[in-house]
Write a protein that binds this ligand. Structure first.
Ligand code: NAD
Ligand code: AKB
Length: 311
């Protein structure tokens, strides 16, 4: 089994993705890499290396020396953090991608996974059941970097035959690892506050509907996309993916079904404008058709699992 590298492995997605890939391919086949000096305890069951995605020469040397064949590139600044540091966000979100795409172009890597986001859409995009191919005029630096990344992935595939695959993840909801600076983070924080304090102040308004997905579905989608035969992957920019859509008020109501004393209030901040520019819901029929994608978790099922597992 050729070695897999997950770069940006200690974040919300990477933690669960590394565990899932190791369960599938064996612990030693999947190398976790991130900026941290030490491997987090949860990823102690396999190899870990400190690696900066922006250190092109080191990344190249490691991948070539270890004969890595597959990379999942997760290192990025997310929407809210990126707005506070746009120059660095652009640098991090783009430069690491070129290093990996070029290694595939040279024949070192056989397959790449690079995540896109619903942030590629903007205020001029149809907001309901947003189609796969539609108007895309993102207004955030994060969305601009993801849209540019999609274009480059498709270009490297068309020009150089690079096998790069991508998903436009919605906001992801998980309990094994915390989110890292996005606009959809409220939908994770709410469970921690519900359990600890029984109340939550939301940084988005009550009627802000956004596309979301439980992490188990997102990890399964990622692995299913990467395992699909290459000829089935018709879209080389990034696939729309839908899980469940809800507003903060609707999420609070579902939590109250299981925890009747829970209360919520609202204090929208700068993230409201970001959320307002994103879709309400996503049409993922292309993913369903091309690689048989189907979400398993609706809002009710996700809320139950979150309340049972959040510590
Ligand atoms: P995260 O912020 O939780 O994790 C990112 C990880 O990358 C962190 O562990 C961080 O230490 C690491 N990192 C940062 N800079 C690095 C560098 N220079 N070198 C090596 N590692 C570095 O992010 P996430 O939520 O796990 O997201 C991973 C990817 O998925 C990102 O590209 C993000 O845009 C995309 N995505 C996430 C979501 C979501 O809801 N979580 C939704 C859509 C897209
Ligand atoms: C964010 O809110 O920035 C991320 C995303 C949807 O890309 N969760």
């Amino acid at each position: 089994m050729s070695k897999i590298l997950v770069l940006g492995s200690c974040g919300q997605i990477g933690t669960e993705l590394v565990l899932a890939l190791r369960a599938k391919f064996g612990n030693t086949a999947v190398v976790a890499a991130d900026l941290r000096d030490e491997c987090p305890i949860i990823l102690n069951n396999g190899p870990y290396i400190k690696l900066d995605a922006l250190d092109k020469e080191n990344v190249r040397a490691y991948i070539i020396e270890q004969d890595i064949k597959e990379v999942y590139l997760l290192a990025a600044l997310l929407s809210a953090t990126a707005e506070k540091n746009p120059d660095f966000a652009w640098k991090l979100n783009m430069e690491g991608l070129f290093t990996i795409l070029d290694l595939a172009k040279e024949g070192q890597l056989q397959k790449i996974f690079w995540p896109s986001s619903i942030a590629v859409f903007g205020p001029t995009t149809p907001a309901d059941q947003t189609p796969q191919h539609t108007v895309m005029e993102p207004t955030t630096v994060y969305g601009i970097s993801k849209q540019a990344g999609e274009r480059w992935c498709e270009y490297y595939h068309n020009k150089f035959g690079v096998d790069v695959r991508s998903i436009r993840y919605p906001g992801l909801i998980s309990y094994k690892s915390l989110p890292g600076g996005g606009t959809t983070d409220y939908a994770v924080d709410i469970f921690y506050k519900a359990k600890a304090e029984g109340k939550f102040t939301c940084f988005l308004s009550q009627d802000t509907m956004l596309p979301m997905m439980f992490m188990d579905d997102a990890i399964r989608a990622t692995i299913e996309l990467m395992e699909a035969p290459a000829e089935q992957i018709k879209i080389r920019s990034a696939y729309n993916l839908a899980g469940c859509s809800f507003t903060p008020a609707e999420l609070a109501k579902e939590i109250q079904v299981l925890q009747p004393n829970f209360t919520i209030d609202y204090a929208p901040d700068f993230r409201q404008a970001i959320a307002d520019s994103w879709p309400n819901s996503i049409d993922d029929s292309a993913a369903q058709k091309d690689w048989s994608w189907k979400a398993q978790f609706d809002t009710k099922a996700m809320v139950k699992v979150m309340l049972e597992n959040v510590q």
